[in-house]
Design a protein around this ligand. Structure first.
Ligand code: AHR
Length: 511
């Protein structure tokens, strides 16, 4: 009998200890920041098959379209609730002269897309086509101004052409080109990667150039966004913020770019489909580092902007692998597997948890390029694992963040460790939504979600997972990675235990 009680005692202790290892505490008593819906934003560039073929096929195409925009892509993006879309680049933006892309298409000049494959760009998709597309899918446009090879005058005229209702040569030109009313464009990026493809500038120089341009990019409610750092370039942020001293009213946000490369090496980045556990682990490790980048850049920004008026935007993020075999390497085409779903869920959790300072994030890129949510091949289309994660996480858009603290086990591979779990939580209309990722590809994890003092009657869930960590969705085949219902227990005594399968992303909602 004594042995029985001892065994029972140790089993209960062991069970409690196992669960205590993974506990997500929801601080429902604290008020978190609003999670701007723009954190769920996207990026589209004149690069490979993103715009042409991916979004725009032209009115005469055999592929079903609405005014030249692919019907299947339009429907899928509407369903996804894309809050904001950045355009026309990327590196392309600093070679782009917007007047080349307006007026009758047959009169538009062609240029060579020097950054991306050296292909001819016929400018048939320009300002009108982009802004009308945004209206069609119900998204806010974010325009990136050419600083590298453009002029202040060109920038000022673009702003006038797009947003003004005054009588002026630019608004007359817009009307002549078929658009009577101005568009509502709030987000204006002043340059792209000016430390690299956008002009190879030093931060001190760019800060002055930015100030020069920003004075001419004016409009009510405008958010002017300066080129921020790449990854851990803290010197860029420091010098930029120094350069803005006394002129913080000219800048509403600075951008951060961070791409996740499995090997961390731009030469051989790693395959998007053919990988084992080593590359799985390294990819997740190399994505998690963004949390430290964000924290340290914000610390620097706070020194110069103690009232925290200037926001951080992660306006390019996602995985970057070796191009798919037999594709133009300049087109940056890659597959999107279960690993990308976990990368997406993890980054979105991190951005949610910094909602007080991160006002926008744009995954690169929306269709057919890098970590896209959609891939097309002539008339066929697939929704990628990343698409389903965005769809599942949409519950966080404009919800109130619930501050959380997480105690969790590690996932260890060949002596190196990363946290096995990450999470974020929010509340909207009385519904609590918790998103969790299990980074361990070999083992399910059991997480206690703890909300002492609050009772919920029911819980329901959704999951994005698949049998193998390198499963992906391909043309003409049944989807391997998709979103499905996920069975969860009933919450009891301020607690809900969730068993998250290996390599999966989960949403749990408490009502
Ligand atoms: O997204 C691809 C490229 O990555 C963009 O053009 C550039 O801004 C970044 O280096």
């Amino acid at each position: 009998m004594k042995t029985y009680f001892l065994t029972l005692f140790f089993s209960v202790m062991a069970f409690t200890w196992m669960n205590a290892q993974n506990t997500l505490y929801l601080h429902l008593e604290e008020e978190g920041a609003k999670i701007n819906k723009e954190i769920y934003g996207h990026f589209s560039e004149h690069l490979g098959k993103c715009i042409y073929e991916g979004i725009y096929v032209g009115e005469d195409s055999n592929i079903p379209n609405i005014d030249g925009y692919r019907t299947d892509v339009v429907e899928a993006l509407k369903e996804l609730k894309v809050p904001v879309l950045r355009w026309p680049g990327g590196c392309f933006a600093d070679t782009y002269h917007w007047k080349d892309g307006i007026g009758p298409k047959e009169d538009r000049p062609s240029i060579v897309n020097v950054h991306w494959g050296g292909v001819t760009e016929d400018n048939s998709f320009g300002t009108h086509e982009f802004l009308n597309f945004c209206e069609l899918i119900g998204t806010e446009p974010y325009l990136s101004i050419n600083v590298g090879s453009g002029t202040v005058r060109e920038a000022a005229e673009w702003v006038e052409y797009v947003t003004s209702s005054n009588e002026s040569p630019m608004t007359e030109l817009r009307k002549k080109n078929g658009r009577e009313d101005p568009w509502d464009v709030k987000f204006w990026g002043i340059g792209n990667e000016t430390w690299g493809c956008g002009g190879d500038m030093r931060p001190e120089y760019y800060a002055d150039v930015y100030r020069h341009f920003a004075g001419y990019v004016r409009g009510r409610g405008f958010q002017r966004i300066a080129v921020g750092p790449s990854g851990s370039d803290y010197n860029w942020t420091e010098k930029l913020m120094q350069g803005f001293s006394g002129k913080n009213h000219l800048v509403q946000g600075i951008s951060l770019h961070h791409y996740t490369l499995p090997t961390g090496n731009w030469g051989a980045k790693g395959s998007s489909t053919d990988f084992g556990e080593e590359m799985w682990f390294k990819t997740l490790h190399n994505t998690l580092v963004i949390e430290e980048f964000i924290r340290r850049h914000l610390e620097i920004m706070d020194k110069y902007d103690p009232h925290k008026r200037v926001k951080l935007l992660v306006d390019e993020w996602g995985t970057w692998y070796d191009p798919l075999p037999e594709t133009n390497p300049g087109f940056l085409q890659q597959q999107n597997s279960m690993r990308d779903a976990v990368v997406a869920g993890t980054n979105l959790n991190i951005f949610n948890n910094h909602a007080d300072r991160i006002s926008m994030a744009n995954i690169a890129q929306i269709v057919n390029v890098l970590q896209s949510v959609i891939m097309t091949n002539e008339e066929q289309m697939v929704l990628t694992p990343t698409y389903y994660v965005f769809k599942m996480y949409n519950v966080h858009q404009d919800a109130q963040l619930i501050p959380t603290s997480l105690a969790c086990e590690n996932y260890t591979f060949e002596g190196e460790s990363i946290p096995a779990v990450n999470a974020s939580a929010s509340v909207k209309d009385g519904v609590v939504s918790i998103t969790l990722c299990n980074l361990n590809p070999n083992k399910a994890v059991s997480v206690d979600c703890n909300f002492p003092g609050s009772e919920f009657k029911s819980a329901e869930g959704k999951i994005v997972t698949s049998e193998k960590m390198n499963d992906y969705n391909d043309f003409g085949q049944e989807e391997k990675v998709t979103m499905s219902d996920f069975k969860v227990k009933k919450p009891t005594n301020g607690n809900l235990n969730v068993e998250i399968p290996a390599h999966s992303v989960v949403l749990v909602q408490l009502k």
